[in-house]
Design a binder for this molecule. Structure first.
Ligand code: PMP
Length: 291
């Protein structure tokens, strides 16, 4: 089936799916987005992603031109048109605009874009052997400058850290906040296991409130694992028994090394393995899509 890309209610081939070079999404990274997964023909946690999208838009005073019901319908129709049983969805709303000036209030044509594509983020070996991480010297955006809670099109902060990761021979970097506490990774949230407890930085550490993060917290509690949102420092990562990352694209991925040091014995830990299995089962469970 040929790819059908949604732009403002119409469908285009990949070659013909185009928006203006004057769009402030391109000129200034002015816009918001979501990345979602399709499992067994259904969009996982679509409601949560839609709520976050509209909240991100509100936070940057961007009026999405269609309401949440119409957006849900647009996403589901685009998924059906593309016929992918498993895949990835990139939902983007740009500021629009037809002039070069910064003023967002002179832009009155936000562009709604839905791309459905296949995905393979990390090679399978990272899921079985675990990732090697570095701590980036680029800190996560200060929440009073650009809140990491906004999933905006401006990803340069994350890209700066990603450059450091790749230059160091890694695929992901741990980002600290302005206080030196662990925030998150460039495109994933972070968890550690310490003495049987599952720990992850709180929202006020300056992170994106990941939907996979919330799912994993819920699943871990159902499994009888104690979970806490606690301030973490690099020290906590160095002395952790286990570490893993979560994200819609990455799912649950173990990390076994940080800044050249092994985390515990450098092997994927039992709680990480268990949560990975429970997560995989959960996302294909029909009821999980109704939340
Ligand atoms: N943090 C950042 C910076 C992200 O970009 C993402 C999404 N890729 C996440 C965390 C994970 O969020 P979610 O589980 O909602 O995909």
């Amino acid at each position: 089936m040929a790819q059908a890309i949604y732009i403002n209610g119409e469908y285009f081939s990949r070659e013909d799916a185009k928006i203006s070079v004057y769009d402030h999404g391109l000129l200034y990274g002015d816009g918001v987005f979501e990345g979602m997964r399709i499992y067994a023909d259904k969009v996982f946690a679509l409601e949560d992603h839609l709520v976050r999208l509209y909240e991100s838009a509100r936070a940057i005073a961007l009026n999405i031109p269609i309401d949440i019901d119409a957006m849900r319908e647009a996403v589901n129709t685009t998924v059906a048109k593309n016929g992918l049983k498993e895949g990835y969805i990139r939902l983007v709303v740009t500021r629009g605009g037809n002039q070069l000036g910064l003023d967002p209030f002179r832009c009155d044509d936000p562009q709604v874009i839905i791309i459905v594509d296949s995905i393979s983020l990390y090679p399978e070996k990272y899921y079985t052997e675990g990732l090697d991480l570095v701590t980036a010297s680029t800190i996560r955006n200060h929440p009073a400058a650009l809140s990491p809670r906004i999933k905006s099109l401006n990803y340069l902060n994350n890209i700066m850290a990603k450059i450091e990761a790749i230059r160091a021979g890694c695929v992901e970097a741990v980002m600290l906040n302005h206080k030196g506490e662990v925030a998150e990774c460039t495109g994933d949230n972070i968890f550690i296991v310490r003495r049987g407890r599952l720990l992850t930085p709180p929202i006020h550490a300056g992170i994106l409130e990941g939907i996979t993060r919330n799912t994993v917290i819920e699943l871990a509690r159902k499994e009888g694992i104690e979970v806490a949102e606690e301030t973490l420092t690099r020290h906590d990562l160095f002395v952790a028994d286990e570490c893993f990352l979560t994200g819609s694209a990455a799912e649950v991925i173990p990390a076994v090394k940080l800044d050249g040091r092994l985390i515990a014995d450098g092997k994927v830990g039992p709680i990480t393995k268990r949560l990975n299995e429970v997560f995989k089962k959960h996302v294909r469970d029909d009821r999980a899509h109704l939340s």
